[in-house]
Design a protein around this ligand. Structure first.
Ligand code: ZN
Length: 263
């Protein structure tokens, strides 16, 4: 594969980075990434993946843009309140990268569509905002063997883990069961400062760039936590759990996934 001349110019600052080079840029151009959720995490992730020169992006989100989204979901201009997030995101990204095909799925990720969609992409970004959806992303990634960059964000910080099926631990290695609804704290209760979502979503895009080009060491088996309020960044080793219900030696989760497991 040879990059067109205008792409050599557009991506010259990527190509100058020793770990990427022309070969890495060609890998990015030949790659596809699905982003689940075009919200606080998905907005910066999608923008930086488009900017990096990823060949094709998929966006799945079943929500419409709401005024309360605008403090952090930077893909969506105020004029798009009321529009499908997928349409709003595609509009912004198309202006930014007119050459890039975008697959927009204005629907929720469910147990019925997750594995089929994950199979269509080289890697997936989890930009969801609730535990059932995050565990669904995790399980579909493991079952389809698709690398997934998980992240969560609230208030001033969040966490991130890259899941490489067959190599490193998955989310259920850390937390086997989906927390009960009364144990989950959502942004509607405690809020999110937009820049915190920007940091975590941008870091997700960086993990994808590393995975697709082979640069550096992915945060697989290493849980990143960031608290911007204190400035603390920690990386904690997390081992694979042989008793994990999804990726362990005696896994109980098999395809097809069941909707009742993610409510
Ligand atoms: Zn696991």
């Amino acid at each position: 594969m040879t990059l067109p001349q205008d792409n050599l110019l557009r991506y010259s600052r990527n190509i100058l980075v020793e770990e990427i080079g022309v070969a890495g840029q060609e890998k990015l151009s030949a790659s596809s990434v699905l982003v689940v959720g075009a919200g606080g995490l998905g907005s910066p992730a999608l923008l930086y993946l488009a900017a990096a020169g990823v060949g094709r992006l998929g966006i799945i989100d079943g929500d419409r843009v709401d005024a309360t989204n605008l403090n952090r979901q930077i893909l969506h201009p105020a004029a798009n309140v009321g529009s499908w997030k997928t349409a709003s995101a595609a509009e912004t990204l198309s202006a930014f990268r007119p050459d890039m095909p975008i697959d927009a799925y204005p629907e929720l990720l469910t147990a019925d569509n997750a594995c089929r969609l994950f199979d269509l992409y080289d890697a997936v970004v989890d930009g969801t905002d609730n535990f059932p959806a995050k565990f669904l992303c995790n399980d579909a990634a493991v079952l389809t063997g698709t690398p997934l960059v998980h992240a969560g964000v609230l208030r001033f910080g969040g966490q991130l883990l890259t899941i490489i099926p067959g190599q490193g631990p998955c989310l259920r290695c850390l937390l086997p069961d989906i927390p009960a609804p009364e144990d989950s704290i959502g942004s509607a209760r405690v809020g999110i400062v937009g820049a915190a979502a920007g940091i975590l979503g941008s870091w997700q895009a960086m993990e994808i760039v590393k995975l697709l080009t082979g640069a550096g060491e992915p945060l697989s088996g290493r849980l990143l936590t960031i608290d911007t309020l204190t400035g603390a960044i920690n990386v904690t080793h997390v081992p694979r759990n042989a008793a994990c219900p999804v990726c362990g030696d005696d896994r109980r989760q098999h395809t097809p996934l069941s909707r009742s497991d993610y409510t």
